[in-house]
Design a binder for this molecule. Structure first.
Ligand SMILES: [Ca+2]
Ligand SMILES: [Ca+2]
Length: 152
């Protein structure tokens, strides 16, 4: 019993250490990934990609609902503005893919009535929409929103 308690203690000490190695200062660790929110630097979708790339990262790719929930909570807690994710249907209208892997979105969390790009509108890039609790909205890629970067 004492041994397992001691082991638990050591492991508890080690885990933050491992995460600290993964994530640099001001990057937020979660589930083996590191996140960085570019507060105060609103950029177009393309410029946000470059912003993340310059930091050895990519605009966030939401692999699981849990990751989506974690990041929405983080944005809520920090009262972030509208924030880009790496999802776009630029190549095929209505086919939503993560730009860094070209993989299809496996789930979605659209706000009410979204995505609503149709006709001559051209809303090909997706962001966390502050006014609907950071659910997803398709918007013009030229709009300037906060970049949210992720690295492995
Ligand atoms: Ca991810
Ligand atoms: Ca929309």
């Amino acid at each position: 019993m004492k041994t397992s308690l001691a082991l638990l203690f050591v492991v508890t000490l080690l885990i933050p250490g491992i995460k600290a190695v993964c994530c640099n200062d001001s990057w937020i660790p979660h589930n083996g990934h590191c996140y960085y929110i570019g507060y105060g630097t609103p950029l177009t979708f393309s410029a946000a990609q470059v912003y993340c790339h310059d930091r050895g990262a990519y605009l966030v790719r939401l692999d699981t609902l849990a990751e989506n929930t974690f990041l929405k909570d983080l944005l809520k807690k920090t009262n972030a503005g509208n924030t880009w994710m790496g999802l776009t249907d630029r190549t095929h209208e209505g086919i939503w893919r993560w730009y860094d892997t070209n993989s299809h979105a496996t789930f979605s969390d659209w706000g009410p009535g979204e995505p609503n790009s149709y006709g001559n509108r051209n809303d090909d890039c997706v962001h966390f929409y502050k006014s609907v609790d950071y659910k997803w909205n398709d918007s013009g890629c030229h709009n300037k929103f906060t970049p949210l970067c992720e690295k492995n």
